[in-house]
Design a protein around this ligand. Structure first.
Ligand SMILES: Cc1cc2nc3c(=O)[nH]c(=O)nc-3n(C[C@H](O)[C@H](O)[C@H](O)COP(=O)(O)OP(=O)(O)OC[C@H]3O[C@@H](n4cnc5c(N)ncnc54)[C@H](O)[C@@H]3O)c2cc1C
Length: 451
């Protein structure tokens, strides 16, 4: 394997949204991933003064490192209405931002090598029927026809032709530029250190560039959300899992959409290459939070939806590393500015296996050359669905985090919902599944689908 370049977004990149931040803002958003960016966009469209603060660079963490799948297929039943809205919003925003973000309706397909897997797909078909999705089951011949030249014969597949793909590292920065054009104030390289809370209400945020007075804060910090919230006594049982991704050089088209079996996931990219991910490369670094929240994760561990392995230490500076401080003062350097961009290394064995498995599945490719490989930390919740809620004990504090590996596709839907929630409007969706209190009120953990 050739030397692989580092993932393109890093803290060495130029700052595209410069400070200083304002002294006051009606709304402050912590985190410049897809969730923070789209929330800021929808608030700005309603002329609400909003400031988005990003400790590193917009989309430098999960929101650019992801596979770029925008799928309704395999979703939790309670997420589906929001994802259906998100699909419509993706099309609208792609038009509005006036840049090519690689949005294409090319379908998503899951391949089944066993009857058990097909039975799981049949379960989802009941949900698909309720929402009138175009999801279909394919038999072995239809599967072989859809994705050309596979060396393996699968039992069948589940496919949703209306599902989409986009290029994450183009899309999220483009949406941030659109939000800024609509009036959102975006400031990169500006960590939020602490929240200022008085008499049970948000009064402001302390940043590394000073204090901002505000009455409304959204924490959309991805893998860092629980660290910031725990500093203020708000417990969110969120953990993060390292995953590995690779990008090939351009290759002939075998399928224009995205597909996965148990060993490999692949998606055709705009540049003619494929984005690949190996099965079984997920790694949970066990830190204090992993111990603290272990019982809540038992159902997920038993179902093992991420196929996760464990390592007893996170690298220094990671959100749940043993040495990461859990308390810090507003006027001292926080863990957030110590790690501007969480950039985990790709697992070399994962890169080797994905290159091998892709070539093996498609023997018509004479060579498969990886041009890049990177890691990402997926922020997961015990039931594999997000938290989208206000914090009852702190007036004006909202949380949208724990997207559990599928926040890119649903992102604009969550952004629209949260923007309305923060304005006190009806959101148009039943959000009870995503309430924060489900982890503290004795509710049983109800696992989302591991499809
Ligand atoms: C490898 C991989 C593949 C994936 N594939 C898909 C896919 O195909 N489809 C899909 O739908 N989803 C996918 N996902 C999941 C998706 O990428 C995430 O769910 C989504 O990007 C999360 O967005 P976010 O805005 O919540 O968090 P992030 O994108 O992680 O953004 C959070 C931001 O907050 C900033 N921040 C944190 N704390 C602070 C602070 N105190 N002050 C200032 N800034 C702060 C961080 O620097 C970060 O930029 C994948 C994820 C990974 C890692």
């Amino acid at each position: 394997m050739r030397h692989l370049p580092l993932f393109p977004f890093s803290e060495a990149d130029p700052i595209r949204h410069a400070g200083p931040p304002p002294k006051t803002s009606e709304v402050v958003i912590v985190g410049g991933g897809i969730i923070g960016v789209t929330t800021a966009l929808f608030l700005a469209q309603r002329n609400i003064p909003v400031t988005l603060l990003e400790k590193g660079r917009v989309a430098a963490e999960q929101s650019s490192r992801n596979w770029g799948w925008i799928r309704k297929q395999g979703r939790d039943a309670d997420e589906l209405p929001i994802v259906i809205e998100a699909s419509r919003l993706w099309r609208q925003l792609a038009e509005e931002c006036g840049e090519d973000i690689g949005l294409k309706q090319t379908g998503v397909t899951y391949l089944a090598s066993s009857d058990k897997k097909m039975a799981g797909f049949e379960e989802f078909m009941k949900i698909a029927a309720i929402h009138e999705l175009d999801t279909r089951l394919l038999d072995a011949d239809e599967t072989a026809k859809l994705i050309k030249g596979m060396s393996r014969r699968f039992k069948g597949a589940m496919t949703t032709p209306s599902d989409m793909r986009a290029e994450p590292w183009l899309a999220v920065p483009a949406l941030a530029r659109l939000a800024a054009r609509k009036g959102a104030r975006i400031v990169e390289n500006c960590a939020v250190r602490t929240l200022e809370i008085s008499a049970g209400r948000i009064k402001g945020v302390w940043t590394e560039a000073g204090y901002i007075e505000t009455s409304s804060v959204l924490v959309a910090g991805g893998a860092w959300s629980s660290l910031l919230l725990a500093r203020h006594g708000v417990s969110v049982p969120q953990l993060s899992v390292r995953v590995t991704v690779a990008a090939t050089e351009p290759l002939p088209e075998i399928y224009s959409g995205a597909a996965a079996d148990d060993h490999i996931a692949f998606r055709r990219r705009q540049d003619g290459g494929y984005t690949l991910a190996p099965g079984g490369s997920n790694l949970l670094y066990v830190g204090p939070d992993a111990f603290r929240h272990a019982t809540k994760y038992l159902p997920a561990l038993m179902a093992n939806p991420f196929g996760t392995r464990y390592f007893p230490f996170a690298p220094s500076g990671y959100p749940d590393s043993w040495s990461t401080p859990r308390d810090w003062a507003p006027d001292s350097r926080s863990p957030f500015e110590r790690m501007r961009v969480l950039n985990p290394a790709a697992e070399r064995s994962g890169l080797r296996s994905v290159e091998h498995n892709f070539k093996h599945l498609f023997p018509q490719f004479e060579t498969v050359r990886l041009k890049a490989g990177w890691g990402g930390m997926i922020d997961a919740m015990p039931d594999v669905v997000p938290v989208v809620d206000h914090v009852e004990a702190v007036g004006g504090l909202f949380v949208a985090t724990g997207m559990s590996g599928h926040g890119f596709g649903i992102g604009p839907g969550i952004g629209r919902v949260v923007s309305d929630m923060m304005q006190g409007n009806e959101t148009g969706h039943d959000l009870s599944r995503f309430r924060l209190s489900r982890f503290h009120d004795g509710s049983a953990v109800r696992l989302g689908p591991a499809l």
